[in-house]
Design a protein around this ligand. Structure first.
Ligand SMILES: [Fe+2]
Length: 312
């Protein structure tokens, strides 16, 4: 299987997008409309399913509102239409923090939010209260307004300098302090559940990744991606569309070397971070784009950055 990672979304059309969100209750970027949420709710007894346009099937084969991944981890899997024709898929990860006091409700963390529609909100309400929302890097800020509107009491965290860079988005703070090591207190309150790490020396992204401790799951945005290759077996009828295959090929063969050679500024600092990350020996991977991994996850990522790791 070919795996890969990085970014591609475009600059945010803040005012227009936010205005549309208010009107439509969902987010549709002008250039990259997200066919993200259910437009019709399945009337069948399987209330957790939604109807998605056919070309969305690969990103959410079971057509679930929420997909349970591991204990205390769920994902919202939706189509993400790039350049109006290429469905690259997008995924929001939901982390559940059990309450210390049994009389209280669990808290939820949303990593890389997608538009929150009524079906998603209903399912999340069953799990707990959303208290933290993280836009994990500079390319995944589009839908924080939707999450903030749905959960006004949540702390909205973003990449370095987010409040100045996107003054019209409802960010409360950077995810990390200037040292790149100290997470915001709202995120630190999840420290028994997840380890948060800032990816250094790649300011184009300024990405935050998470390690879910109990399940040993690496939750990642654009540092690593995993679109299925032609060799991978997909459920019948949900094969990767040809535009998406072409996009994945371009990302793996063209963009990844560019990312590794140009976008990383301090190769040694980046390599040290990658070694620290891989030393956690995470088992599972939940990327924002492409298939999840449920075995030997750290080996998959290890093969992704050979030019850095060989230098250590
Ligand atoms: Fe992305």
């Amino acid at each position: 299987m070919t795996s890969t990672a990085v970014l591609f979304h475009a600059p945010v059309h803040v005012k227009k997008v936010e205005r549309k969100q208010e009107i439509l209750g969902t987010s549709r970027c002008k250039l990259f409309p997200v066919r993200a949420c259910s437009e019709k709710v399945d009337p069948s007894p399987r209330a957790s399913r939604v109807l998605l346009p056919p070309r969305n099937y690969w990103a959410n084969p079971e057509r679930l509102v929420l997909t349970p991944r591991h204990e205390g981890i769920y994902t919202i899997d939706r189509s993400y239409i790039f350049l109006s024709f290429c469905d690259v898929g997008a995924r929001c990860t939901v982390i559940v923090k059990p309450p210390l006091d049994a009389s209280k409700r669990p808290e939820l963390l949303l990593y890389s939010p997608l538009p929150i529609d009524n079906a998603i909100r209903k399912e999340l309400d069953k799990l707990g209260d959303v208290s933290v929302v993280i836009a994990p890097n500079n390319e995944h800020v589009d839908f924080v307004a939707s999450a903030a509107a749905a959960y006004p009491n949540a702390t909205i965290l973003g990449p370095t300098g987010c409040k100045a860079r996107w003054p019209n988005l409802p960010f409360d703070s950077d995810t990390f302090a200037d040292d790149g090591k100290t997470p915001h207190p709202a995120l630190a309150s999840f420290s028994e559940v997840v380890t948060a790490m800032f990816v250094p020396s790649a300011p184009f992204f300024n990405e935050t990744v998470l390690i879910h401790k109990v399940s040993r799951t690496f939750i990642v945005c654009d540092l690593w991606w995993n679109w299925p290759s032609l060799k991978d077996t997909q459920p019948k009828g949900v094969e990767l569309p040809y535009p998406t295959r072409a996009f994945a090929f371009a990302m793996n063969r063209i963009y990844l070397p560019f990312y590794n050679r140009i976008l990383v500024q301090d190769r040694e600092a980046f390599a040290l971070f990658m070694r620290e990350l891989l030393d956690t020996k995470f088992k599972n991977i939940i990327p924002c784009h492409g298939n999840c991994v449920a075995e030997e996850g750290w080996r998959r990522v290890d093969r992704f950055f050979p030019s850095f790791l060989k230098a250590l």
